[in-house]
Design a protein around this ligand. Structure first.
Ligand SMILES: CC(=O)[C@@H](O)[C@H](O)COP(=O)(O)O
Ligand SMILES: NCC(=O)COP(=O)(O)O
Length: 253
């Protein structure tokens, strides 16, 4: 089965936050994405709420529960106590822990599992006890995957930012794909399922899918929102599903 597509709504929220007005509606754009066949919605709330606001989360939870019960809600973020309580309040299907500092403009690296595994293990345990699938944001470092599995996580999410940054350089992109493939294979050998995300596009997804055909999920926001401005959200979701390998216009949930 091709990778499932989770649409990250942070960029829609960023646009909404330019004015003290409720549009574009984050929840409604999420509804359009799910109606077009996306498998889930992702948000990455940050402490300053510059992207999704904490108040968006119950609305997205209700949207999925009421209208798209087979879809998944993925909440990403740095595991402060405040974040963990936000997650527990909004009951996502998946939590992705990301080592981003509040001052960082965006996520730009994964966890160092050998150094931070002992810190992560009790957090992973707490989240799994509440019934959430846990995924840990990860650099494409094959050597670190055994230590990642030792945290008790279900999945890792491969950070694909450096791959996305090679859009104009196919030789560098090939080297990044080598790293991503090796890390994904090592994670899988360690018993982990593998997600991927950051700066994925219709153009760069097919080569990634070819190298890592067992990817479970991709979460995509920036490139997908840029395309939605050009093609509209439903057509954009269909284009990304096709790039993931889903035949025809719609995915099967
Ligand atoms: C973990 C990850 O790569 C995404 O959540 C990303 O951080 C979203 O980025 P923005 O919030 O900067 O759109
Ligand atoms: N987990 C990655 C994600 O949700 C989206 O990142 P981007 O496509 O906005 O770079």
């Amino acid at each position: 089965m091709p990778a499932k597509l989770s649409v990250n709504l942070n960029a829609v929220a960023l646009l909404r936050n330019r004015r003290d007005l409720p549009w574009p509606s984050v929840t409604h754009l999420g509804r359009i994405a799910l109606a077009a066949g996306a498998h889930g919605l992702t948000v990455h709330p940050r402490p300053d709420e510059r992207h999704t606001r904490n108040s968006d989360l119950p609305e997205i939870r209700a949207l999925i529960d009421d209208e798209f019960p087979q879809a998944e809600f993925n909440i990403e973020g740095y595991p402060t106590e405040e974040f963990l309580q936000l997650v527990e309040k909004n009951q996502p299907e998946q939590v992705t822990l990301v080592p981003d500092d509040p001052a960082q403009p965006t996520s730009d690296h994964g966890w160092d599992f050998r150094k931070q595994g002992a810190y992560l293990a009790p957090i992973v345990k707490r989240l799994k006890k509440s019934g959430f699938r846990v995924s840990l944001f990860s650099d494409p470092d094959a050597e670190g995957m055994r230590a990642a599995a030792d945290t008790g996580t279900d999945r890792i999410e491969l950070y694909t930012g450096p791959y996305g940054g090679c859009h104009d350089d196919s030789e560098r992109a090939r080297k990044q794909l080598d790293l991503l493939q090796k890390a994904a294979e090592a994670a899988s050998a360690a018993g982990l399922d593998v997600n991927a995300g950051h700066d994925l596009t219709v153009a760069n997804l097919p080569a990634l899918m070819k190298r890592v055909p067992f990817l479970a999920e991709v979460s995509i926001g920036h490139g997908l929102t840029a395309d939605a401005l050009e093609f509209g959200m439903p057509e954009t979701v269909r284009r990304f599903l096709k790039a993931c390998g889903w035949a025809g216009a719609r995915s099967q949930m």
